[in-house]
Design a protein around this ligand. Structure first.
Ligand code: SF4
Length: 371
């Protein structure tokens, strides 16, 4: 169900002279306060007001003096994006299309599943990986998102929750390849897991999803990254994977598997492999058997997700029979496998779909200020 839309004010003040407070680290903000003769504890107070108390205006930080609120407002802004569109699915999934001052558009999704409140965030405007079944990669990549732009997605989705609800999980699985923007992604996730002033989400509940870039996986291992790592495999052999995930041509499954083993050796954290199941392409019994051989002796979990069709792309959801047979072979092969339900089927919840649809139909984009 698409929510009714209203136009956000086109006269919002120019933010070019001000800085984004979401780009500030606790350390840089402390320096800002100390330079202006304010006590340094104010930094944490302001950051926790934004991340934990969901305040989106300095004027609402009534625990601060009027003078300090005015100074903060003079130097910083909190949000930079406009909510270009919001959609809500009947299953509770909500999706936002956010527009940045430079015109770049990104998508982010809130998923409600029992007590879980998960957000799926984008790491880039567009994507260079070119997975053939994905709307985000169709037009290539424009740029990396900054740490603040990644955090802003989480904060805007958090504002959709009831006051007593909390964000519980983050998946970096929206538009873009997170490992191609590793520094900004890790900086944003460090705030997400910070329980002092940040979102306080356990790193075990934060997942970075990648097509598998071995040098970046090695960097994560070297840094002893506390986050979960998910590899989007989508095919059990190089010939098919290169057809589905063209960047695989220069990488190869073997190199990815070797990198995941090095990662596991250092972190001891179980990896997840993601497999989008596409009708008549990678859903065959032969593919399932090859997957069993590839994953059998690894400490890994396999998530299989039946494809969510994208308008304009020729790929389809597999039949229930094919899905059942695929599952049977994997389970009999001893693979630790989960078949995930598709959420947000009635909205354009697969990554990049809404952005692409709206770029082609700009006349129907109306702006909504409900977040
Ligand atoms: S599936 Fe992910 S990695 Fe592949 S093109 Fe889409 S956003 Fe990029």
């Amino acid at each position: 169900m698409t929510k009714p839309m209203t136009h956000e004010s086109a006269e919002s003040p120019s933010k070019t002279e001000k800085q984004s407070i979401l780009e500030q680290t606790e350390h840089s903000l402390i320096r800002w306060f100390v330079d202006r003769d304010f006590p340094k504890y104010r930094a944490k107070q302001v950051l926790s007001a934004i991340y934990q108390r969901r305040i989106d205006s300095f004027s609402d930080m009534t625990e601060l003096s009027k003078d300090l609120r005015a100074k903060l407002d003079e130097h910083f802004y909190i949000f930079k994006t406009k909510t270009a569109e919001s959609q809500q699915s009947e299953d509770g999934t909500e999706k936002l299309l956010l527009e940045m001052p430079d015109g770049g558009r990104i998508e982010c999704v809130l998923l409600r599943d029992g007590p879980r409140r998960s957000v799926c965030l984008s790491s880039q405007v567009g994507c260079a990986m070119g997975c053939v079944f994905c709307a985000s990669g169709l037009d290539g990549v424009d740029r990396n998102l900054t740490r603040g732009e990644i955090l802003e997605q989480a904060l805007k989705l958090q504002r959709l929750l009831e006051p007593e609800e909390r964000l519980s999980h983050i998946v970096m699985m929206g538009m873009g390849e997170p490992l191609a923007n590793l520094r900004n992604v890790l900086e944003a996730l460090d705030v997400a897991r910070d329980s002092d002033y940040g979102l306080g989400i356990s790193p075990r509940r934060i997942t970075i999803s990648t097509v598998g870039l071995p040098p970046a996986i090695d960097k994560l291992a070297e840094a002893h990254s506390p986050f979960q790592l998910a590899i989007s495999l989508h095919a059990p052999n190089d010939e098919l994977r290169t057809r589905l995930v063209p960047v695989n041509k220069n990488i190869g499954i073997e190199a990815i598997m070797a990198a995941t083993e090095r990662y596991f050796a250092v972190t001891s954290r179980r990896l997840t492999f993601e497999y989008v199941l596409l009708k008549d392409l990678n859903d065959t019994p032969q593919c399932a058997e090859q997957l069993v051989k590839l994953l059998r002796r690894r400490t890994a979990m396999l998530n299989v997700i039946p494809y969510n069709p994208v308008p304009g792309l020729p790929y389809e959801t597999p039949s229930s029979e094919a899905i059942l047979e695929f599952r049977r072979i994997l389970m009999e092969g001893g693979i630790n496998v989960m078949f995930r339900q598709r959420k947000g089927n009635d909205i354009q919840a697969a990554c990049g779909q809404l952005r692409r649809l709206r770029e082609r139909e700009p006349q129907i984009v109306t702006l909504n200020s409900h977040v």
